[in-house]
Design a protein around this ligand. Structure first.
Ligand code: RET
Length: 266
């Protein structure tokens, strides 16, 4: 299928194309809003949280532009044993695979973790571990989606990706939750932690249920599931974080100096 044919396929499926255009619009609005919100932030650590968070909608608008144009979408022939083997929507068969999503998660999700780690007062080792495991999760998730030789190996990649995900979850739930207590940022960190953990768990679930996994859900519904989770995990998440950082710049600065509320005795 040529890129033009893929583009036309996406445009002709209104439900599918709406799930992509909605995110382009919301990412654009978020970028403008976040730049405006951050205009007076002066503390370098707060600024770093802002830049990391601003990258999320910037990567997102690029990601969805790639998808909507057909550049980062392929119709792939599924291996024997897959629910959609030998079937699919393309003229030559094949299953709609928006692999650009998985690729761009490798750029957006580390930014979310950098922002969360800085908020929690993480040390460099934990921040490094979380980011590297997260990139590993995204790249092996991409490998799962692109493997067409063997059904078993698709799920092996999926399993490796889940193993990386467990590392990220451990750091979020155990390590940074403790660090945030010391840093005096536990309230906002816990809110964002719950939001992140609950939503991020949805991605592997929808991958398994979607066309690329067990094919329980149709392509447009799967796309809406990801797009809906993206709206909350990216734009709402970023908005809540940045609003708090603007209101609590002093606390963020103190985390940097190792002077969190707990170590001050308060
Ligand atoms: C995959 C499939 C393989 C197993 C696992 C996955 C996890 C993906 C996650 C994605 C999060 C994306 C976000 C995007 C917003 O920018 C790759 C679906 C574990 C957790 C938050």
């Amino acid at each position: 299928m040529t890129q033009t044919e893929i583009f036309q396929f996406i445009q002709s499926n209104t439900l599918l194309s709406a799930s992509l255009w909605v995110n382009i619009a919301l990412a654009g609005l978020s970028i403008l809003l976040f730049v405006y919100m951050g205009r007076n932030v002066e503390d370098p650590r707060a600024q770093l949280i802002f830049v990391a968070t601003l990258m999320v909608p910037l990567v997102s608008i690029s990601s969805y532009t790639g998808l909507v144009s057909g550049l980062t979408v392929s119709f792939l022939e599924m291996p024997a044993g897959h629910a959609l083997a030998g079937a699919g929507a393309g003229p030559e068969g094949g299953v709609f695979t928006p692999w650009g999503r998985y690729l761009t998660w490798a750029f957006s999700t580390p930014m979310i973790l950098v922002a969360l780690g800085l908020l929690a007062g993480s040390n460099l080792s934990k921040l490094f571990t979380a980011v590297v495991a997260d990139v590993g999760m995204c790249v092996t998730g991409l490998a799962a989606a692109l493997t067409t030789s063997s059904l078993l190996l698709r799920w092996v990649w999926y399993g490796i990706s889940c193993a990386f995900f467990v590392v990220v979850l451990y750091i979020l739930l155990a390590e940074w939750a403790k660090d945030a207590e010391v840093a005096g940022t536990a309230d906002i960190f816990n809110t964002l932690k719950v939001l992140t953990v609950v939503l991020w768990l949805g991605y592997p679930i929808f991958w398994a249920l979607g066309a690329e996994g067990f094919a329980v859900l149709d392509v447009a519904i799967t796309s809406w599931a990801y797009s809906g989770m993206d709206i909350i995990a990216k734009y709402l998440f970023a908005f809540l974080l940045l609003r708090w950082v603007v209101d609590n710049e002093r606390t963020v600065a103190d985390v940097a100096a190792g002077l969190g509320a707990a170590s001050r005795g308060g």
